[in-house]
Design a protein around this ligand. Structure first.
Ligand code: ADP
Ligand code: 5GP
Length: 189
């Protein structure tokens, strides 16, 4: 199959990558979201097969053994997330560009694998304090989960220089407009 392009958005949890990726999906019709598999439970109005493929830990481990994943991580203790090879093939076979909302290590893994075919963007929050407020403000995680996400976030900020581009997300509208320019430029070449 002919290989296409990939756009990777990574950031610590709460930085705003999901918001930016969802914005881009409404603006750039060539893009299609890579639906990851996860062992976590759906949150809010998340739908299986749209936001994630929600699967059991047994099935996830079985799929690791069968080498179904291009990359996977135990992002939080006991909770797995991964990109299925079939997902990328599905999107490329439709002639579209894959866009990922993925954790920092997973993003770098994909960048190393696909190199020049991939644009890897790190979404940077204004500060750790603001990140904490955004995470809490989202209202989707228990206090324990918030603390776990926040501790991981502090470490992940150090990975920013390894990405192709650091996109500051201070003002959301500005960040969305910059993200659009970056993606459209990459797709032109
Ligand atoms: P991530 O996908 O990186 O975990 P989200 O996109 O879920 O982050 O954003 C976390 C929270 O912060 C959400 O409630 C979102 O609406 C809010 N948010 C995102 N970007 C901004 C911004 N620039 N200013 C204020 N709030 C923001
Ligand atoms: P959430 O539980 O908030 O949806 O996601 C938690 C973290 O897992 C986020 O940083 C998200 O980007 C990341 N994530 C989602 N899908 C994948 C994936 O397929 N692989 C990896 N490595 N991380 C993922």
């Amino acid at each position: 199959m002919e290989e296409g392009k990939l756009i990777i958005f990574s950031a610590p949890s709460g930085a705003g990558k999901t918001t930016i990726v969802q914005h881009l999906l409404t603006k750039i019709p060539q893009l299609e979201f890579s639906i990851s598999a996860t062992t976590r439970k759906p949150r809010g109005d998340e739908k299986d097969g749209a936001d994630y493929y929600f699967i059991s830990k047994e099935e996830f481990l079985h799929r690791i053994a069968k080498k179904h994943f291009v990359e996977f991580e135990e992002v939080y203790s006991g909770t797995f997330y991964g990109t299925l090879r079939t997902e990328i093939d599905r999107i490329w076979s439709d002639g579209k560009v894959v866009i990922f909302d993925i954790d920092v290590e997973g993003g770098l893994h994909l960048k190393r694998k696909y190199d020049g075919a991939a644009l890897a963007i790190f979404v940077q929050p204004p500060s750790l304090e603001v990140l904490k407020q955004r995470l809490a403000g989202r209202g989707t995680d228990s206090p324990e989960k918030l603390q776990e996400r926040f501790e991981k976030a502090a470490k992940e900020l150090n990975y920013a220089p390894q990405f192709d581009i650091i996109l500051k997300n201070n003002d959301l509208q500005t960040a969305c407009a910059e993200a659009e320019d970056l993606v459209l430029n990459f797709l032109k070449n």
